[in-house]
Design a protein around this ligand. Sequence first.
Ligand SMILES: [Fe+2]
Ligand SMILES: [Fe+2]
Length: 388
Amino acid sequence: MKKILFVEDSVRDLRSLQRKLRKAGVEWKSAFAAGGPAALERLGREKFRVLVAGIPESGAEMFQFLGRVRELYPHMVRIVVSGQLNHAVVLESTGLAHQFLSKPFDPEALRVAIDRACSAENLLQDEALAKIVLETGSLPSLPSLYAEVLQEAESPGCSLDRIGEIISKDVGMSAKILQLAGSAFFGYPRRVTSIAKAVLVLGLETIKALVLSAKVFSRFEKIDLPGICIARLWDHSLATGLMARSMATQKDLAQSTIDAAFMAGLLHDVGKLILLDRLPGKYSEINLMINGSHCGLPDAEQKVLGTTHAQIGAYLMTVWGLCEPVIEAIAYHHCPSRCANQGFGVLTAVHLANALEHGDDAGTDGLDHEYLDRLGVGLAEYSETRAG
Ligand SMILES: [Fe+2]
Ligand SMILES: [Fe+2]
């Protein structure tokens, strides 16, 4: 049974939350605490998987409480419900929350967020992964700009203009989106001069994927380790995303699968960023092992860490509440045969795109031929996609 602790500052808010949850027929084992001190006392006595905290207008005390929870229970998933967008920015910069939901409180959105957070907990049944996640410390927050775009995208009166306005507030992100929208990658023949136009040209799902991945990469761009180039990893991820998207399109898959292929391609190596940032010593050891032998990256990671960047990336994306096909594609992008889901889908496109994108560096050695043969995938047909 999923155990969730709900915290609200005022008893009145807590009662209203309890009523709404009861009405929504939630199946979690829930506990409620009025304010931070009561919640800390409860956490000291019982183990919870997920914390859901409502942030009042002046959030200072609740921020302090979340900081304490992060310190004492770094691996509990922290979901925050707040009516104020500036709270999301503070929470992202301080790493105090993994997911944000907006007030007024929507039980359905909360149900989805909690279900996804709980499946992250299931992944930690793998002891080696649990150990590495523990060593990396508290995982980073979902980027607040993405959370803001997501909130608007999921609101009943969602407007593309409003999404354009949200992105325009972030100068760095606007420049990046305009540059990408105007590049040959997206095949739009004219110059894109405004974010509103970029949203229209690229489409909402592409914009969401670009915002999330560009924010994640910019957070780690300062990583400075010998032989590591984050800009090159971004180029590889973008190329993989574009190629996976065009493979899924070529295969006539559903639009939601095509969008997920792009998102998963962009984020497939996100676990490397976590490892490089949090465990640089271990990563140097992995690099030495690769250079001194014919050992591939996933094998070297498995030997040193007992897990891989693919599994760590999938874990973070689960904590952030991304959808199942994206998580599955990230988790198995080097070994698709191990995935229970064996049809041609997001994972197939990302696996192929990643291996082909490595091209001259890795040849086709990174391909799982047994898996591809089973699906009847002929490589010649997809090698062409590289040029497109
Ligand atoms: Fe990878
Ligand atoms: Fe890759």
